[in-house]
Design a protein. Structure first.
Length: 243
């Protein structure tokens, strides 16, 4: 029990028994304010433990909250690290696969280019075999020794000429089929340096300057590209025509 309670208890006993004196009552009255003051207003020494306790509790809470937050942050960072590691591994795998596909494509393309260089003229060669067969047939039907009989000799000559003509005709068809076209100008055509090659120039009074006088060798072009220009003899320009 507190001092105030004891004081009240003593006063009740005195009041009940009627045995009290003014001095006792005055002493009790004097003590009561002190008791009341001590009971209602604690001393600074009594307040210190409460203050320290009150001030110590927030610090504990403040230290515990950052620890919890740091634990959460560490866990989140670990999860992000795991995810990023998985993404990096996936990108590495895709990169390796892309490199492998690129290398395989390069190898296939190189093989296709080499095959095109080697076997690109396969169809042309197959067509030329027909020309070889015709030449072989012409040689087979031509006697190795010329006949002394004029009629037989004439017949053999005609057969050989006919075989050569058939061979040349068939070869030109094969050339045309594969895009190899003749450049064969006629006499009197205008000289074109894009398709014609002048072996030399001649002066003829009855010919027009800059025209072809004679075709020495037929030219050829593959589609629009000149493989060999036609070799011609054009008439030379006179000084008056140059001016």
């Amino acid at each position: 029990m507190s001092l105030l309670s004891n004081c009240l208890f003593v006063r009740q006993i005195i009041c009940r028994t009627g045995a009290f004196s003014p001095s006792v009552w005055m002493n009790a009255s004097r003590l009561s304010p002190v008791f009341r003051h001590s009971s209602t207003n604690p001393s600074p020494q009594e307040q210190k433990p409460d203050e320290t306790t009150a001030t110590s509790n927030p610090s504990v809470e403040n230290t515990s909250q950052p620890e919890q937050k740091s634990d959460v942050n560490v866990k989140q960072l670990q999860e992000q690290n795991v995810k990023l590691t998985e993404d990096v591994n996936e990108f590495k795998d895709r990169y390796k696969r892309a490199l492998a596909e690129t290398e395989n494509t390069r190898i296939r393309f190189t093989k296709l280019v080499n095959d095109a260089k080697i076997f690109g003229i396969q169809g042309f060669c197959k067509d030329l075999l027909e020309v070889a067969d015709i030449l072989n047939l012409a040689l087979t039907n031509t006697p190795q020794q010329p006949s002394t009989d004029l009629a037989t000799l004439t017949k053999d000559f005609n057969n050989l000429r006919q075989g050569l003509a058939m061979t040349e005709e068939r070869m030109q068809k094969i050339f045309t089929k594969n895009g190899l076209l003749q450049i064969k100008p006629n006499e009197g055509d205008k000289f074109d340096p894009n398709f014609h090659d002048a072996l030399f120039q001649a002066k003829l009074p009855d010919k027009t300057s800059g025209t072809i006088i004679q075709v020495m060798k037929t030219g050829y072009r593959l589609q629009d590209r000149v493989i060999r220009a036609a070799q011609n003899v054009p008439k030379i320009y006179s000084p008056i025509e140059y001016n």
